[in-house]
Write a protein of this length. Sequence first.
Length: 259
Amino acid sequence: MRILFIGDVVGRPGRTAVEQQLPGLRAELGADVCIVNAENVADGVGITPKLAERLLACGADVLTLGNHTWRRTEIRPYLGTSAQVIRPANFPAGSPGRGVTVVPARDGTPIGVVNVLGSLFLGPARSMWEIVDELVEEARSQATVVVVDIHAEATSEKVALAFWLDGRVTAVLGTHTHVQTNDARILPGGTAALTDAGMTGPHDSVIGVETRLAIQRMRTGMPVRFETAEGGVRIEGALVQCDAATGRATSIELVRVEA
């Protein structure tokens, strides 16, 4: 079983890259299932139902979200009915949508996907540590292969969660920082881990934002309206191979494709 995970898709440049290249990339890598973090596809912040449907139509099986989930109000009712677009499970109780789902891979094998938000600088309603065991058990009750997207600022939280879940899930993959890390590995219990899958979007930028605008805000401390950059677009993520019968990962490699 080969799982393709695509890191944070940012704005129109990232979205266009996915729409144009994901079908071919899935075929080239032999991916049986594809998970995409899509919380920044709408002009760099948030997601809309229309854009979610476009990403699903071009080859994504599940879209995960993050701290910008609610930036577009029209996504709320959509999340209440979608089984393929999930948001962090540790949002306030009663929030629309779900934080765990199970979808079929290309051959019909059920794949569980869990989405949680880290605490540092993001301030979720509940700590992921309070609920992650329950979420994993829910996913494992329906699927042997389970992937966790931890959307978090702190590398320590991501690494700690991977070790905590080692042997119980197939992969723990980090998102949010938009910088792909070089620590892809298989932990002793058979869980693939990566601190951050990176960014799918314009890399001639400050994590997707026009460089001059980001620098202006940092230098002056004054409010600046950010705009998504355009240049240096590439797709980043990871390819995890696992035993579908046991859920144990056998390999993980970084994905980096110029768009």
